[in-house]
Ligand binder design. Sequence first.
Ligand SMILES: C[S@@+](CC[C@H](N)C(=O)[O-])C[C@H]1O[C@@H](n2cnc3c(N)ncnc32)[C@H](O)[C@@H]1O
Length: 252
Amino acid sequence: MIAEALQYLATAALTGRGYRRFVRYSVNLWSRAGRCSRDWAAHEENSKNAVRAAISGFSQRRTAVVLGSGLLRDVPIEDLADSFDTVVLVDLVHLASVRLRLRGKRYRNVRLIERDVSGYDDLKKGENPEPLGFLRGVPYLDFVVSANLLSQIGRGVKRRYETEASSGMPADTVEQLMAAHMQGLAALPCRSCLVTDISYVVIDRTGRMQEEADLLHGIAPPEAKASWDWPVAPFGEESRDYEIVHKVIAAW
Ligand SMILES: C[S@@+](CC[C@H](N)C(=O)[O-])C[C@H]1O[C@@H](n2cnc3c(N)ncnc32)[C@H](O)[C@@H]1O
């Protein structure tokens, strides 16, 4: 509890006013990742390996952008920082502990940007959402990874859509914005890598599936080059009686 409180206070102090409301989600994720570190290790390594495979054989390594860099647990930051001239980390929140870790590594080529990449505000203004349009302004862009971000965009957009129920947002807001993220990645003039969980199952102690859901809201993901299971909530995390396992894909 004390560690969480310190993480929260230090991060809030370093976070722009418009993004402070997201700090508690990042701190919650950090706590859960710490509790579940053993169960999440294979997922984190698989995610890093997908990024490593995606950048292998590159002749030019100028700028790499990581969307949803978060805790930097499933991103091979050392490989990226060592091999690209500049690495740009984009997230709603960059935790104080992540900033400290980067400072400790003395990376001079890693930049942090706070940004909502959902595209919700564009859609709200009645504009065609182009959530990744800002990448056109990134000089010498050679690589973009969306790092276990897409389903979280869906969650955040759904939560905001339900809170702002009378705001006139289209009924398919979540679907439109998830599709816009995938289209934005596919339309980039450089290589991109999408790592995302696409669905989950709830399994009880007898091994029986109790529930399943599509995390992409019916939007078809690109063809996967790798896929694996991620026990997001092992037995005991949300309940002693069930575990929640997500299916993750990587495409590049
Ligand atoms: C599952 S975490 C990703 C973990 C991260 N890749 C890592 O290596 O630890 C999802 C991340 O997406 C970020 N996120 C969620 N919605 C976002 C949005 N609309 N714009 C930018 N980042 C967002 C969250 O803050 C969180 O850090």
